[in-house]
Design a protein around this ligand. Structure first.
Ligand code: C2O
Length: 534
């Protein structure tokens, strides 16, 4: 195993998209940011230097961070932000993981432009459990706003209503040819006839799930969230903010140019950015004059297409890569996720849209929770997060007259190595919306999923405890539920939140505090000396 050193200079960079320019926050002047390459077992050291006017922190989305929560990154959860002019070295080891993950800023809405791929190759000499691809390519899906992204969210917070949707989706930083405003037509993937490519698709989008498709070609899904899956063929993948999906693409069609498209999936009747991002798969030897074969992604409300894709995902569960689903449950939790409305005297609307888990709208502390936990600082958080929603909802009936939530910085405490079953139920109170919930510090197994209310009695009988897909981010279906299981084998404080950035901002977030175990390698390590202070 090696130690990999990277340096991230976070700097402003004037960038032109959609016929207009604006300064954006970038890593090393690149958008998307540079790719980090490592192998399973390697230690990664990234020195992040903050040269911009904003406070900053970087999260390594999906990295387990076993005992090294200090390097996880969410601001005010595991660390105080890196202030302008300061730096911090993220130091972590990639234990037991290989595949595609990513990094992004984890403060304000800076992740709109501060993000990039983290590619973890298998250990030297260890093959993939699928035919070796000829080449690999990172594909990052995102969203682009013409205006300053911090201004977009600040304006929404002032009024108390929803922020403007983005102006275009992007593939590797470019909206592509359909905007009529692209200088280069978007990202080009050059391929050789007959060869197979591994596409490492990452969704860095802020507020929308995306369909992704290549004209005329099938995709074979082989891994999600850095865990191998049973291979399955599909012409479209669905990817929610935060997720990653590795697919094989074989260039087995007539040499030519084929459109690649990414467009939103949203089954709620709310405003979305309807601009399809495009790129091109370009076979070598294609004439410059040949036309591009077009394709259409599913409609934005194509729920059945989305469900089919999700239901096809299974863990590989081979001898070498077994799915170790916890078969017993120490802690059974039921969390509602959804929106609400709270009074707001400083808002122009007089009220503000909020979001909550179990009726708790999470309030960010001003000291990092992990520090408060490690140094036993009182008064920063309470560990009384409810295991069940205090206010019972009739999820399919009419919304309750009281949409109000309670503010709190409440955590749920878990004993080291306890097994947890968590049912996440979408309340669909204001509008039914899919919530991509991301858990830091763990992978979990997605053992069940359904529409309507979770049925405590009958739904558990249908749980898949054999080969459920294992991941770190999962879409709670609109007006439905998911059940997940994980083992609390990572001591520290671990954030869990909706990866729709606007919902996180509104308070759809909470954290688990996992106690130390008694064994020699079962406690949180002490913080590094350069850990930023608040
Ligand atoms: Cu990808 Cu807490 O985030």
């Amino acid at each position: 195993c090696r130690v990999r050193h990277y340096k991230f200079n976070v700097v402003m960079k004037n960038t032109t998209r959609l016929c207009s320019s604006k300064p954006i926050v970038t890593v090393n002047g690149q958008f998307p940011g540079p790719t980090i390459y490592a192998r399973e077992g390697d230690t990664v050291l990234v020195k992040v230097v903050n040269h911009v006017k904003y406070n900053l922190s970087i999260h390594w989305h999906g990295v387990r961070q076993l005992r090294t929560g200090w390097a996880d990154g969410p601001a005010y959860i595991t660390q105080c932000p890196i202030q302008p002019g300061q730096s911090y070295v993220y130091n972590f080891t990639l234990t037991g993981q290989r595949g595609t993950l990513w990094y992004h800023a984890h403060i304000l809405w800076l992740r709109a432009t501060v993000h990039g791929a983290l590619v973890i190759l298998p250990k030297l000499g260890v093959p993939y459990p699928f035919p070796a691809p000829y080449k690999e390519q990172v594909i990052i899906l995102g969203e682009w706003w013409k205006s300053d992204v911090e201004a977009v969210i600040n304006k929404a917070l002032k009024s108390g209503s929803a922020p403007n949707v983005s102006d275009a989706h992007t593939i590797n930083g470019h909206p592509g040819s359909l905007t009529g405003c692209s200088t280069n037509g978007g990202f080009n993937l050059n391929v050789e006839s007959g060869k197979t490519y591994l596409l490492r698709v990452i969704s860095a989008a802020l507020n929308e799930e995306l369909f992704f498709k290549v004209a005329g070609h099938q995709l074979t899904v082989v891994e999600v969230d850095a865990v191998y899956t049973k291979p399955f063929k599909t012409d479209t993948i669905l990817i929610t903010p935060g997720q990653t999906t590795n697919v094989l693409l074989t260039a087995d069609k007539i040499a030519g140019k084929y459109l690649v498209a990414a467009s939103p999936f949203m089954d709620a009747p709310i405003a979305v950015d309807n601009v399809t991002a495009t790129a091109v798969v370009h076979y070598s030897g294609t004439l410059a004059t040949s036309a591009i074969s077009l394709t259409k992604t599913p409609a934005r409300n194509a729920t059945s297409v989305a469900n089919n894709i999700i239901d096809s995902l299974r863990s590989l569960n081979s001898k070498k890569y077994p799915a170790n689903v916890p078969l017993t449950v120490d802690q059974s939790l039921f969390f509602t996720v959804g929106l609400g409305v709270n009074p707001c005297s400083s808002c122009t609307n007089g009220s503000r849209v909020v979001a909550a888990i179990n009726n708790v709208t999470f309030i960010m502390p001003t000291t990092a929770l992990l520090q408060a936990h490690f140094f036993n600082i009182k008064g920063v958080f309470t560990d009384d997060f409810p295991a069940n929603p205090p206010i019972k909802f009739n999820y399919t009936g009419s919304p309750p007259s009281n949409l109000q939530t309670n503010n709190g910085t409440r955590l749920y405490r878990l004993a080291y190595n306890s097994t947890v079953q968590l049912v996440l139920q979408d309340t669909g109170i204001i509008t039914p919306e899919n919530h991509p919930v991301h858990l830091h510090g763990f992978n979990f197994f997605a053992i069940g999923r359904g529409v309507g209310n979770f049925d405590q009695k009958n739904d558990p009988k249908k749980f898949n405890l054999v080969d459920p897909v294992e991941r770190n981010t999962i879409g709670v279906p609109s007006g439905g539920w998911v059940a997940i299981r994980f083992r609390a084998d990572n001591p520290g404080v671990w954030f869990m939140h909706c990866h729709l950035e606007v919902h996180t901002t509104w308070g759809l977030k909470m954290a688990f505090v996992v106690d130390n175990g008694k064994g020699p390698n079962e406690s949180l390590l002490p913080p590094p000396s350069d850990l930023p202070t608040c």
